[in-house]
Design a protein around this ligand. Structure first.
Ligand SMILES: [Zn+2]
Length: 417
């Protein structure tokens, strides 16, 4: 990899296009001047043309000459790419699950661009993908997309509302920018306050985390917009105290212990640095923590995961690729086939953040859940598989096998893991 870095650095340093752009600009300037001269004095046009012939030819030659190192650098770079990857063929298309679902793939790409805040690229991509729809090429052994989710239907009907999503993500990036760069908590607090019912129902601590950080900011000498107040350090604790009195009321019950701790820190106001509360007040990571907790809540209120699924899938795929290539070679040698659908014949070790606990085993039937037999949660909170529920309830009011709770089959909700 070092070799690539060297090559890229070399290209950036010496073989950039700025000299060539300058060369071409000089020629354009000469030509423009020549046009003006001829327009002003048409009778001397042949003379003007003759006079400029040599300088313009020289200019073009210079442009050619200055492009040489760029060609050379690119050539070297592609040679080192070839050298590095010569023995690594791409996997064959035998197990291609992608070409049967081009619209889903396009949607994943569009969503990724939108949630990364690349709105221009996303809208160009969406308009091009809509103009030139790719025909699906069904491959054997690939399941069909199930049009259950509303977005899948929207996509199939061409009513996927990217404008609305773009607006939403625009708001998210604005708030994140204020948080991370400006250290201004106000927009995030406002956003959380307007949704405090939904957030509390989700068990989210976001609003409290934001207000707690606001308290700390005031305490260490920033104003409500995150701007440091010069030469006014001693008033920080007083401002924080006033803030706590006006804002902490709604948190008293749920965060009694945390509120107490912050109040306790007031006693150490002159030297918080030496106190047991130091970690609250001098913790730069706190900003990144609230930013990622905000992103998570924002995305989940939109019904999306906090990380881009495309990014996760591509990274997991890149980790799995060497193992899959090896597997393909072994299967070719032994002339065996990979028959189990939707399941890999080998274990792929992925980092812990890529484990999604997506397996549910029904405690009644001891069977693993599937798309056709999903986990269902009864109003009492216990979860069993759909088939077990059908068997136990027989379509009428029934008792939960694990508690005295009784319910109707229609009250059970599908659990998505
Ligand atoms: Zn129960």
């Amino acid at each position: 990899m070092d070799e690539f870095r060297e090559q890229i650095e070399y290209l950036e340093r010496s073989a950039n296009l700025s000299t060539s752009i300058q060369d071409v600009q000089t020629v354009i300037d000469q030509l423009t001047a020549m046009r003006a001269a001829i327009a002003a004095a048409p009778h001397s046009a042949p003379l003007t043309l003759a006079k400029n012939q040599v300088p313009i030819k020289d200019g073009l030659d210079r442009a050619q000459k200055n492009l040489l190192p760029i060609y050379k650098g690119l050539g070297k770079y592609s040679k080192s790419l070839d050298k590095k990857f010569k023995d690594k063929p791409l996997p064959s298309a035998e197990n291609d699950a992608l070409s049967s679902h081009p619209s889903l793939i396009n949607r994943a790409i569009a969503m990724h661009l939108l949630r990364e805040g690349q709105f221009d690229v996303a809208s160009t991509f969406i308009s091009e993908a809509t103009k030139h729809p790719v025909q699906p090429e069904p491959t054997a052994g690939t399941p069909n997309p199930y049009l259950h989710e509303s977005w899948e239907q929207d996509l199939a009907n061409g009513t996927f509302d990217s404008q609305n999503l773009q607006q939403q993500f625009g708001e998210m990036y604005h708030i994140l920018h204020e948080l991370r760069t400006m250290r201004n908590l106000r927009p995030a607090i406002e956003w959380a306050r307007n949704r405090s019912d939904v957030l509390e129902a989700r068990g989210s601590n976001l609003e409290w985390e934001l207000c707690q950080l606001q308290f700390i900011c005031l305490f260490i000498g920033r104003d409500l917009h995150g701007v440091p107040i010069e030469g006014d350090e001693s008033n920080g604790p007083l401002r924080a105290w006033a803030y706590a009195r006006s804002e902490f009321g709604p948190f008293q019950n749920r965060y009694a212990k945390e509120v107490q701790q912050l109040m306790g820190a007031m006693a150490y106001a002159p030297n918080v640095l030496e106190s047991p509360y130091r970690r609250y007040f001098y913790n730069d990571a706190a900003w990144e923590e609230v930013a990622s907790s905000f992103t998570r809540e924002f995305c989940s209120l939109l019904g999306l995961s906090a990380d881009s699924p495309l990014y996760i899938a591509a990274t997991a795929g890149a980790i799995a690729l060497p193992t899959l290539l090896k597997l393909q070679n072994i299967m070719k040698e032994k002339r065996t086939e990979w028959t189990t659908q939707d399941e890999l014949p080998v274990e792929i070790p992925l980092p812990p953040s890529y484990h999604f606990h997506s397996i549910f085993v029904c405690p009644v039937s001891k069977e693993q859940s599937t798309d056709a037999n999903p986990p269902m949660m009864m109003p009492c909170g216990h979860v069993i598989a759909q088939e077990s529920l059908d068997r136990i309830s027989k379509g009428t009011r029934f008792k939960c096998p694990y508690c005295p709770g009784e319910s109707q089959p229609k009250d059970a909700r599908k659990v998505v893991l």
